[in-house]
Structure formats: structure tokens, C-alpha cells
Design a protein around this ligand. Structure first.
Ligand SMILES: Cc1cc2nc3c(=O)[nH]c(=O)nc-3n(C[C@H](O)[C@H](O)[C@H](O)COP(=O)(O)OP(=O)(O)OC[C@H]3O[C@@H](n4cnc5c(N)ncnc54)[C@H](O)[C@@H]3O)c2cc1C
Length: 413
């Protein structure tokens, strides 16, 4: 039986392992730390199908990239880091309307079938199912802001995005969500969306991989990958002990760390950590549906009786510690917009590295070696798009025929 190693046990790696198993492939996941040690832990868990826009867009530039290099939402360290500035320059070059439209067209086939991939996972034994929301409620402090977001949605619909929504005024928004404060003067209620608690879903995905006969090896840092012609040799370090393991192929799903192993296989797409923060705040009212505060760049998701607030894009190395100032900035940005949420009673403060590429598109497919594959680079949309990308990549690897939807995501582009 074909034996494939998957490096990285985030949502991309575990979904890849799971979908490879659908093709009768034996899988071993090698993870440096533990399951969901990277971005796949404290994220907002939104499965926003239909509106998967590339991160590289004229709007990203307006939000502070790379212009002033700082805003409430985007943060870039002032210390000299030539590699980071090169990355941001390449990113900024992709922030044109034409590139954004090309990116949108590349993402739409994935986005439109993202929830199907979740349905397959759940039907196949993953024990945690996404929750369907009545609305994902995007709240605004003015009707012009609300209408401009609605226009954006209408615009992406003209490209084929399957996203439904309703316009709400302030009182309707407050009726739809008990946490919308009286500063909310208009809202867009997105229909047919889902969300998931990643701290429950990703471990459930890992359990399912193991139940179906796969192995997950934690504390296993992959130091090097070598194509030896008919197989790959992987240098794995466990508790300081290096060993070489042989597999038929390997899929690199190492998130923001992708370049470390992928570069020697011709992957030149820049990839860096766009770090996001989250915390869970106490609630004095029951909340059922997610709330989005676009003007504050914050997503709020009900999780286990609390409200998770997630946001910020901070370009620092993935290993650097959490910066409490970012959490405070999120709290102050959210405060006027929310009611019934005690933002001073916080648990689970977290920072995690979104894998951001220079062109805002994910990376999926084989490299200069037909035995070395990559899946990742989903930036803000890895929870929603990770499983569908993994599904298509597993199909390509198993059949030897690249699926059309993956062509724009070619790791060698
Ligand atoms: C604040 C925040 C909110 C977000 N909200 C959403 C959302 O609502 N919806 C959505 O769709 N997406 C969201 N995202 C994005 C999403 O979380 C990411 O795109 C996704 O989790 C990336 O998954 P991944 O598997 O590619 O990477 P990761 O989850 O980072 O996994 C990579 C794994 O590889 C391991 N690894 C790295 N190098 C090695 C090595 N050499 N050897 C072995 N293992 C290695 C790491 O330890 C890690 O476990 C959010 C992200 C953040 C930060």
C-alpha cells in the first residue's frame, strides 16, 4: 500500500491525511509540537462559504499594508527585517483590482464547495459537526458602511459566489443578536453559513484519522526532506534524537513555516506569518450566532458559553510571544460595539500564525519533485478552505491527474 507522510497536524495537514485515506492511502502525520499547535487552534472558526476573497486586495492596502505599516488591525514591527519588507512589497504589488479578480475566480470553486468537504468529513466519522447559523451578522455604525459591504457581496456574486444575505437596520440587528450595542445602526445578515469550535473540531479530525488506521506522531520535528528517486527520506527529530524515515511521498502542511522545507523543491511563493489574536470573553446573555465587526476587523464567535473575539494581522515571527497591547487594542475596538459581553473577563488569550502568501492565494499541488507536495497558505480562510483544498489535493496525488481547480494554486507559480 502507498504510504504518505503528512508534515503538520493543523487543519490542512489532518484534512489531507483524512482525504488521502479515502483513496486507500496509508498515512503518517508528523507534527513538531501537538495537534493544532499553529493557527488551527484559537481562530474564529468561521466557515464562510461563497465569499472567499483573496487577502491581497486594494482594501488590504487601505487597511495599512504596507503604507503606514500600522493600524488597529495591521501591525508590522519597526525593527529592520529586509526579508519581511521584501515580502510586504511583493504582497502590495498583488493588491490591484485585476489581481484580486483573478484571485477571486481561483478561490470561488473552492469556496462554493467548502461546506461539502465538511459534510464528507462528518459523514465519514469526524465527531464534531459545524453549527449552522441563522445569520453571520456583520454590524456597522452607519448605513453607508453597511451598504458598501452589501455592494461588495453583490460584486462577488457577479463572479459566481453563492452568498445570500439580508439588510437589517439597527433595531433589527439588535433583535438578531443580543450582543449588538446601540452603536450598531445597520447590519448585513449572511445566510446559510456555518461555524465550528476549532479546539474541538481539529482534535476530532485527528481522532478520526487515527480511527481509520492512520498514525499521528507528535513531538516529531521534520528537519529535512530528500527525494531519493523512487521514495522520500525524511529526517525526523524526536526528543533530540534524529531518525530517517522512508515514505512513498510527502505532503508539507506546515502553515506559516512552509518555506523552510518547501523552498528546496522550487516553491518560491513568499509565505509569512500574519499573526492573529483571540480571547474568549464572558457573556451575560446567550449568543447563538457569530457577529462580525468589519469596521473594527473583529470576528466574534459563540464558543462553549463565551464569545471568542478574533482579529489583528501582525507580521512577526511565528514563535514570538503574545503582545498584550494587541489584546488591549482589540478590547477597546470592540467595547462600543458590543453589549452583554464582559471584555474584562477574558480567558484563552492566544496568538497564532496565519499562513499568508504574497499573492493571497493558497498553495496546493506537487513541487519540482513529483513525490513532494504542499497544502497550505490559506491565510484568513484556512478553516473554511483547508478541507476542500486537501480533498482536491488528495485526489490529484492519488490519481496522478491534477484537478483543474488546483491549477491556480500551483506551488511553482
Ligand atoms: C485570529 C485568527 C482567526 C482566524 N479565523 C478564521 C476563520 O474564522 N475562518 C477560517 O477559515 N480561517 C480562520 N483563520 C485562519 C486559519 O486559522 C488558518 O488559515 C489555518 O488554521 C491554517 O492551517 P494550517 O494547517 O495550514 O496551518 P497550522 O494550523 O499553523 O498548522 C501547521 C502545523 O505544522 C507544524 N509544523 C511546522 N513546521 C513543522 C516541522 N518542520 N515539522 C513538523 N511539524 C511542523 C506546526 O507545529 C503546526 O501544527 C484565522 C486565523 C487566525 C490567526
Amino acid at each position: 500500500m502507498t504510504h504518505v507522510a503528512v508534515v503538520g497536524a493543523g487543519v490542512a495537514g489532518l484534512s489531507t491525511a483524512w482525504f488521502l485515506q479515502e483513496h486507500g492511502i496509508d498515512v503518517t502525520v508528523l507534527e513538531r509540537t501537538r495537534v493544532a499547535a499553529g493557527a488551527s487552534w484559537g481562530n474564529a472558526g468561521w466557515l464562510m462559504a461563497g465569499d472567499a476573497s483573496p487577502l491581497a486586495s486594494p482594501d488590504s492596502l487601505r487597511a495599512g499594508l504596507p503604507g503606514p505599516f500600522a493600524s488597529s488591525a495591521v501591525s508590522v514591527p519597526l525593527r529592520a527585517d529586509p526579508e519581511l519588507y521584501r515580502f510586504l512589497l511583493r504582497f502590495a504589488r498583488h493588491c490591484t483590482k485585476a489581481q484580486w479578480q483573478r484571485g477571486l475566480q481561483a478561490l470561488l470553486p473552492l469556496s462554493n464547495s467548502a461546506l461539502d468537504a465538511y459534510d464528507v468529513l462528518v459523514a465519514g466519522g469526524v465527531a464534531v459537526a459545524p453549527t449552522r447559523s441563522r445569520y453571520h451578522l456583520a454590524c456597522f455604525t452607519s448605513t453607508p458602511e453597511r451598504d458598501s459591504y452589501a455592494q461588495h457581496l453583490e460584486h462577488v456574486k457577479t463572479f459566481g459566489a453563492r452568498v445570500g444575505f439580508e439588510l437589517l437596520d439597527g433595531p433589527q440587528a439588535r433583535a438578531a443578536s443580543p450582543v449588538a450595542s446601540d452603536r450598531v445602526l445597520g447590519a448585513v445578515g449572511l445566510i446559510g453559513q456555518r461555524f465550528v469550535d476549532p479546539t474541538l473540531f481539529v482534535p476530532a479530525l485527528a481522532e478520526s484519522v487515527v480511527e481509520r488506521g492512520g498514525a499521528i506522531v507528535v513531538d516529531a520535528a521534520v528537519r529535512a526532506v530528500r527525494d531519493i528517486g523512487n521514495a522520500v527520506d525524511i529526517l525526523v527529530e524526536r526528543s533530540g534524537q534524529p531518525t530517517v524515515r522512508r515514505f512513498d511521498s510527502v505532503v508539507l502542511c506546515t502553515g506559516a513555516w512552509m518555506a523552510v522545507l518547501a523552498r528546496r523543491f522550487g516553491v518560491r511563493v513568499g509565505i509569512r506569518a500574519g499573526r492573529g489574536y483571540s480571547f474568549n470573553a464572558a457573556l451575560s446573555v446567550p449568543v447563538e450566532d457569530p457577529v462580525y465587526l468589519p469596521e473594527r476587523h473583529l470576528a466574534c464567535t459563540p464558543m462553549r458559553g463565551r464569545l471568542r473575539l478574533a482579529g489583528t494581522m501582525e507580521f512577526r515571527r511565528p514563535e514570538e510571544p503574545l503582545d498584550p497591547r494587541r489584546v488591549r487594542a482589540m478590547v477597546e475596538a470592540a467595547r462600543p460595539m458590543l453589549t452583554g459581553v464582559d471584555l474584562d473577563d477574558r480567558t484563552d488569550e492566544w496568538v497564532g500564525p496565519r499562513p499568508v502568501t504574497t499573492d493571497g492565494l493558497p498553495i496546493a499541488g506537487s513541487t519540482t519533485s513529483p513525490r513532494v507536495w504542499c497544502v497550505g497558505g490559506h491565510a484568513m480562510e484556512g478553516m473554511v478552505l483547508g478541507p476542500v483544498t486537501a480533498r482536491l489535493t488528495a485526489q490529484s496525488l492519488a490519481t496522478g491527474r491534477v484537478v483543474r481547480e488546483l491549477l491556480p494554486l500551483n506551488p511553482l507559480r
